[in-house]
Structure formats: C-alpha cells, structure tokens
Write a protein that binds this ligand. Structure first.
Ligand code: PLP
Length: 423
C-alpha cells in the first residue's frame, strides 16, 4: 500500500531504480529506452558523472543560502552562461524551481514592468488556445488546455485566447504561410484592440507548442508578425520555452529560428536536464532596468529562488552541452530522426501528421487519413499507447486530443541529445 498520492492510483507503476544514458532500469532489472526524456526533460541522458560531481561539490561547500542575504557563484555563473548564449540585451536571469513557477514569475514581471512605467491599467494577458503553460493557477489561466483547466475554472484569472498557429489543423485550403501568418497576426491585433490596447500587459506563446497539441512549429514569418503587433501596442512578448528551449529544437533558444527577440523567455526542463528541479525567467534589459528604477526591486520571490545546488547542476549541464556541441548534434540528428519517423510511419493509415524540429517530434494519429478525423476521445488511445510502448521497453509521451474535438491524439518523442542512431 503506497502513501503517495500518485497521478493515477489505479495504474501500478514500476519502480525506477537506476539510469544511464538514454536508459532507465526498474527494480526488476527491466530496461526502458527513454525516447521522450520523461516529458522532454532529460537532454544529457541519465547518470552523467560530471553533473553528479558538480552537485556533490556544491553540497560539500554549501547546500543553501537565502537570496535576500546572499548570491552564490553557481547562480551568477549560470546567469552569465545563459546571457552568453542569448541575443544582446536578453541577459538577466531569475531562477526558480519549475516551469510553472517560471511562467508565473514572467507574468508578474510583465505586470510590474507596466506599473513601474506608469501604466498600471495594463493587467491583461493574451495567449493561445491549445497551449500549455503550467499547472499553477495563473499559468493554468493563460494555458489553453481545456481538459486541464476544467476542474479549476472558477479559480482561474481573466484570460483571453487567440488561435494557435497550427497549420495541420487550421490552415485554410490553399492558404500560404504568409497569408496564414497574416491572418493570425490580424486576429491578435483585433483582440488587443477590442480589449483596449492600453490594458494588455503581454502576449504569451510557446515558440514550438509542446504537450497540448504535439510539437507544433510556427509557420515561417508568424512570430515576426506577432512581434510587430506587440510592439505596435506596447505589449510585451513572452515566449514560453520551458519545453522547446535549451537546444531541444536545434538552436539554444527556439526563437532564434524565427528571427525575433522576445522580451521575456521562460526555461525549465532542459536547463537542469532533470538533475535538479530548476526553471528560469530570462528577461531583456529593457524590462529589468524598469523594475530596478521603479519600486527599486522585483516584488516577487520564493524560498528556493536561485537554489545553489540546482544552479550548480544546471551550470554543469549547460557547460557539458556547450563543450560537447550537443545543440549542434540536435541540429544534425533532427533531420535524420525525421527521416526515420517518416520512413517507419509516414504511410501508416492512422498517421495524419509527423511534425517537429530538432529532437522534438510528434506523430498525430487520425481515424481516417482522408478527412484527418481524430479518434474518439473515449478510446483513451494515449493511455493505451503509453502502456503498449512500456510493455516493449519504450518510454514515449502520448497526448490526448483536448479542445474542440479537432485535435487528435499524438505521441511526442524527445530523446536526450546524446541518443545514438541505433537507439
Ligand atoms: N510551459 C510549458 C511549455 C510546458 O511544457 C510545461 C510543462 O510541461 C510548463 C510550462 C510547466 O512546467 P512544470 O511542469 O515544470 O511546472
């Protein structure tokens, strides 16, 4: 009898006992190929000795110091590393313990930025349907995963959702990338105007949508048009790269492939590669300068902000990624991974779409390939696929169709960056 409140008490879980590279081994010695890095977390793979050594060295020196008293070398060095990997100006980090906390923090940062600039009426956030930004209440409010929101609806804050950039499902017949992007940017523009442009604080989007719809990259030009709309209305652009950032799509930041620079970026999973719980908000100098001049400080904080052991682990992870050229490896392996997926599954009668970037791919399943009609949600395909894959020692991350019936089941694959072609 377990004393843990498990995600699903009716599904018995194997006990994870050890791990190495892309493999997790359970307490019965069964091996699982971690083809999704958990939930796109593990980018270095399991059991990396250098990360273990960095954690241990930090623990030998000091386990914790509160950030109202001290900064630490680990946190400073990690912030410097992130600044060096980011475009000019986007160089100020705030370290938290998860992706949801990073998103909450980014919303509060945007709000305070406007208040400190003398626009206290800006309090609204616009985001997209079929998105996921975390499970805490504000992150859930801006998220567009209706299944996850439903139970908590009465607790959620005001939210405004526009259409996602999801060509497989929503591009009109014959519509070019350019026209599709223009249509979506116009919808955002209209929404902001209708809400009252001077009341909107920020637009929040995942650069490449992760779990809710299954690794959906934007069409070329979409984010450039979105950036223009935000700039026109003085609205901050927050990109949530909790899942798609830190090299997962083949560039350190996924937005580098879009030719824009956001005002705030959220990072988490790949930042610490699962060795410690850590997330980050990376903010542009233009935002941080205002916070530091206005009330003098960012009015936010958690006990474990900038936790030294988490920062030491993430610093080691980032140094290894850089030294071993792992982002470049993702860029090289990505097209090969795509080719393998298309070769194995492209002609399958129930595969509607194969999409993604880098080592961040999904296979969307359809009941009927001619109409792209999804399977009935009552079939619970995602749970059945997950279980079937586990039986053959494969860990993948299936997601269910969620919103309006148009989005079907998908299987998300996000192997560690060290994965081999044979694996
Ligand atoms: N944002 C995105 C894009 C995510 O994919 C997730 C988690 O999957 C989160 C935020 C929330 O992160 P966490 O689960 O670490 O709180």
């Amino acid at each position: 009898m377990t004393h843990i409140v498990h995600r699903n008490p009716h599904v018995p879980l194997p006990v994870a006992a050890s791990g190495s590279g892309c493999t997790i081994i359970d307490s019965h010695g069964r091996r699982y190929l971690d083809a999704s890095g958990g939930a796109a977390v593990s980018c270095l793979g399991h059991g990396h000795p250098e990360v273990r050594a960095a954690i241990s060295a930090q623990l030998d020196a000091l386990e914790y110091a509160h950030t109202s008293f001290f900064t630490t070398e680990a946190a400073e060095a990690l912030a410097e590393t992130l600044a060096a990997r980011s475009p000019a100006g986007l160089g100020h980090s705030y370290f938290v313990s998860s992706g949801s906390e990073a998103v909450e923090t980014s919303l509060k940062m945007a709000r305070q930025y406007h208040v400190d600039r003398g626009e206290p009426q800006r309090h609204r956030f616009v985001s997209r349907r079929q998105s996921y930004h975390g499970n805490t209440l504000a992150a859930l409010s801006i998220g567009g995963n209706m299944a996850r929101r439903a139970l908590y609806q009465p607790l959620l804050m005001e939210s405004h959702h526009v259409s996602p950039c999801f060509p497989f499902r929503y591009r009109e017949a014959g519509e070019s990338d350019e026209r599709y992007a223009t249509r979506l940017a116009a919808e955002l523009d209209q929404t902001i105007v209708q809400l009252g442009a001077d009341t909107v604080a920020a637009f929040v989007a995942e650069t490449v949508v992760g779990a809710t719809a299954g690794t959906v990259p934007p069409v070329p030009g979409y984010f450039r048009k979105i950036r223009e709309v935000c700039d026109r209305h003085g609205v901050l652009l927050i990109l949530d790269e909790v899942m798609s950032g830190v090299g997962r799509t083949g560039t350190f930041h996924a937005f580098e492939q879009e030719g824009i620079v956001p005002d705030i970026v959220t990072l988490a999973k790949g930042l610490g590669s699962g060795y410690q719980p850590i997330g980050a908000v990376l903010a542009h100098r233009k935002v941080v300068d205002v916070l530091h001049q206005g009330t003098g400080a960012f009015q936010h904080g958690h006990t474990y902000v900038g936790h030294p052991v988490a920062c030491a682990a993430a610093l080691a992870v980032q140094r290894i990624i850089q030294r071993d050229g792992l982002v470049e490896r993702v860029a090289t392996l990505g097209p090969r991974f795509e080719q393998m997926l298309r070769g194995a599954l492209g002609d399958h009668p129930h595969v509607g779409d194969i999409r993604g970037r880098g080592l961040f791919w999904s296979v969307e399943l359809v009941a009927d390939r001619a109409s792209n009609q999804p399977f009935a949600p009552s079939l619970k395909l995602n749970a059945r696929i997950k279980a079937a894959a586990e039986r053959v020692g494969l860990l993948c991350y299936p997601g269910a169709g969620t919103v309006d019936g148009a989005v079907g089941d998908h299987v998300l694959l996000a192997p560690p960056y060290i994965v081999t072609e044979a694996e």
